[in-house]
Design a protein around this ligand. Sequence first.
Ligand SMILES: NC(=O)c1ccc[n+]([C@@H]2O[C@H](COP(=O)([O-])OP(=O)(O)OC[C@H]3O[C@@H](n4cnc5c(N)ncnc54)[C@H](OP(=O)(O)O)[C@@H]3O)[C@@H](O)[C@H]2O)c1
Length: 283
Amino acid sequence: MLLVKIATRNRYTNDTSLGAYNFAFQSARKHNGEIYMSLSGHVAFVTGASQGIGRACAVKLAARGATVAVAARNQEKLNELVREIETIGGKGATFPLDVTDEEQIKSAIKSAIAQFEKIDILVNNAGVTRDQLIMRMKRADWDAVLQTNLTSAYLCTQAVSSSMLKQRWGRIINIASVFGQMGQAGQANYSASKAGLIGFTMAVARELGSRNITCNAIAPGFIETAMTEVLGEEFKQNAAKQIPLGRVGTVEDVANAVAFLASDEASYITGHVLNVNGGMLMG
Ligand SMILES: NC(=O)c1ccc[n+]([C@@H]2O[C@H](COP(=O)([O-])OP(=O)(O)OC[C@H]3O[C@@H](n4cnc5c(N)ncnc54)[C@H](OP(=O)(O)O)[C@@H]3O)[C@@H](O)[C@H]2O)c1
């Protein structure tokens, strides 16, 4: 099945409503008053935060107490996101960047560290699709997807690693995909980038583990965002029928997994690929 190229647009689902995030903040507390999964005192840097999964992750991390540096190309959407983070009592700042530009990555991360003194949670989430059958896939579309989805993760990880090493604490979370695990026709570039991200995750986990830095990947299945919206309602309903949990995923489903992997409760988990796919792929 050929997935077509998706024109991204701002999309704001009920799952990212203020009410949902206020609930997320509440849910960071146990009934007896003990706080768990708190990210208070931590600084997170989230790429691709202007919409979709990245946006939900940024708000969720802020709701759990982290200061969040939000990065993407669309400055207006980032501003709006920081306003929302502040509305729920969180702290955030915008770092506009194009992740295909090495200098912009270095400079944005340098600025974030200068402003917040450290980055100890990195979410490599920025991603694109440029779908085409392999016979027709243009080199430019291969390169764009690999650069945005994979090379950017290498560059961001490298740029934050000295901050994490210095404090001997870090969380690197890479947003991969179920198609990096099983492949998808029409998405050789995308599947390769996500499979590469999974290998990258395991290598970094081995390298940085002795310094108390974990590196994990999340492999979402079909999540309702601008990236999948173009596939249409019929496609979505058919996809849901193939999913054991009987529904497509929400950005909240992914953000919950990110918040968990960023927390102290996940301190003995590294090099793992966490499926957030409703059972679409198991094992
Ligand atoms: N939706 C799904 O079903 C699904 C499933 C598995 C994995 N994923 C992965 O989840 C991640 C987020 O996807 P999504 O569904 O939330 O997609 P989305 O709504 O299209 O969001 C993509 C985000 O990436 C940013 N981005 C793209 N190119 C960029 C660049 N060159 N520089 C900086 N930022 C860039 C976009 O921001 P700007 O345009 O403002 O730069 C946007 O914030 C991606 O890595 C995707 O592969 C999604």
